[in-house]
Every structure is written in structure tokens, then in C-alpha cells.
Ligand binder design. Sequence first.
Ligand SMILES: O=C(O)CCC(=O)C(=O)O
Ligand SMILES: [Fe+2]
Length: 345
Amino acid sequence: MEGGEVRELPVIDIRLAKGSTRPALVKQLKDALTTVGFIYLAGVDGFDEVELLRLTRWFFSLPMESRMKISKKCFNSNCDFEYRGYFPVIPGAISHKEGFEIGAVQDQPQNPPNCIAAKFLNEPNQWPTDPFGDTAFNEYFKTWMETYHHNMTEASLELLRLISEGFDAPSEFFTSLFTPTHLSTLRLIRYPPRHDPPESARDGDYVIQTAEHKDSVMITLLATFKEYPGLQVRWTDDSLMDVPHRPGHLVVNIGSLLAAISGGTLKATSHRIVDVCGERFSVPYFLEPRYDANINQCLPGGTPALCDDPGHKVYYGPWVFEKITKFAEYKDLITRVGNGGVAVV
Ligand SMILES: O=C(O)CCC(=O)C(=O)O
Ligand SMILES: [Fe+2]
């Protein structure tokens, strides 16, 4: 530590958004997100880390066969789903994790444009069944996760209101990008123990579980757990800093999309996961706009970073689809599903 600087993420309590404490909270949040880009967030309604960890462990304790039944098609050609569902560990990769991805509940039937990108991104959720368990528990898991997804959306939208107010924009500056639905993803993650990591996953004494990256989305609300450390954040002096679990708090960070919309004022900060405990669980929630939201926006005072022409519409769905289809697991997606003469985006 240099010059007595405190190297700890700023701690913010979202309950201060109610009443006369709101203006001070707006300032505190803006200060934190324009410098560190990461905070601990307390007071989020519906954040129950004990139950979240219990259900996450339950999911990954299901037989592999049950998980592979709801896998993405690129990992199991017998499955029908491409975007939502389970993904297994990829042997030999630096990133050493399995996961389960859940989208928003679609209250109203979607009427997406007739193209691969819209069908892919608006795909409904799939849910696990325990072959030995009771069906009521399967239903409980589904309802609990749907509710958690909803609660994280509500908390994220309140953060966006507070951020907007900090930039002297209307409170609801962002809200229409997420209504009536949105493409946000809740991801349950398990990092299994790894006894023989590839050389490419080593950095000095560390074994990397998720390589250093910035999130691509608007905002991430990450649940970490006491027994499972390993998150490291690139601090303002460019060193990597351990971010320990803080009971009752989510870890919140800005993604590259929101950083761009703020003209670079809000910081999308790099982070990574290192192996310090063998097995590890975590649950990020990634806030993402709806398919046809125009993301060529700029908060007051910023310079547009997504597109030079402020009048040009950049729709989130096609924009993100192009990025996703560059990932190894989706590189043959268009060939695989590109029949029936529908447009790609
Ligand atoms: O596992 C974690 O704690 C965070 C993972 C992460 O950074 C991500 O999925 O973007
Ligand atoms: Fe991340």
C-alpha cells in the first residue's frame, strides 16, 4: 500500500436511495464508478446469499446426464437450445468452469424479428430436473431463480437511475432500454478443482480460472461466497487487488457498454479469477438491454463512443450477436441454424 491509500472497494448501501440521503448517495456512487469502477453493494432487496449458494450447489450436484440434457446445443447435438442452459468445462482451456445461464421471464409472448439473431437471443429458459428428487423442488428452483433474476434487474435499474442523476440526466434515461423485456443473463458458475492446469493458465504462482477481462454488458451484479475467494480486480494503480467476500454485499462493476455510453467516464475495470480454494462457486447477473434497444446513446457531457453519428441507431441484439458469434462455441452457429432462408440479423 502506498501513501496510506486504502485499497478496498468502496462500500455503498442502496437503501440510502430513499429519502434525503439520495443526493449524497448519487455523488458517492458516481465518485466510485468513475474511479475504481467496482463497488460492494449492500441493501439489495431479495439478495439471499445463503439460499443462492445452496441452490447453486444443488444444480451442480445433479448427475452430469441431467445437466447435459439442458445443455446448449454446441455441447450436445441432441439438445434444441442454443443460448440458454448449461455449459460444461472445456478441457485444456484457460477458463476452467461450468455454468448455467438463465434469461428474463418473458411475460408477454415475444414477437421478435424473423431472423436468427433475434430467435437466438430471445430463446426461453430451460430448467433442470433431479431424477432422484421431488418435483416440487425442481419447481422451487425455477421460481426462486426467476425471482432472483427479477430482483437483480430491479436493483440494476435503480443503480442506472442513480447514475443518470449523477450526470444530470433524467432518472429514467436508461429505463426504456430494458422494457418491456431485456436480454440480461443470470449465470450460476462452478469452477471445479483442477489438478493439472495447462501452462497457459499459469501466471507466476497463480493458476488462472477466468482470464483477465472487462465485462461487455451494462452493469454486473456479482454474488461471491465466503468459502470461495479468488476474485482479483485491476486497481487504479494498475496492480491486481484481491476482493474478499463481504457478507450481505454484492460486488458491482461497470461493463464496457455502459462505459461507452458514458463516453468513458464510468470505468469498465478488468478483473480475473484465480484458483485459491480448489472448487469455487459464484453467480454473476449481467444487465443487458432488449433486442431492439438503440444503444447509440450518450450521457450528458460525454462524447459518443459507440458511433460517431449520434443520429445513427445501433440496435443491441444485432450488435451483441455479431460479437457472440465470434466465440469458438458459436462459430458454426449460422451454418447450423441458417436454413429456411431467414436473415442473420
Ligand atoms: O466468478 C466470478 O466471481 C466472476 C466471473 C466473471 O468475472 C464473469 O463471469 O464475467
Ligand atoms: Fe467478469
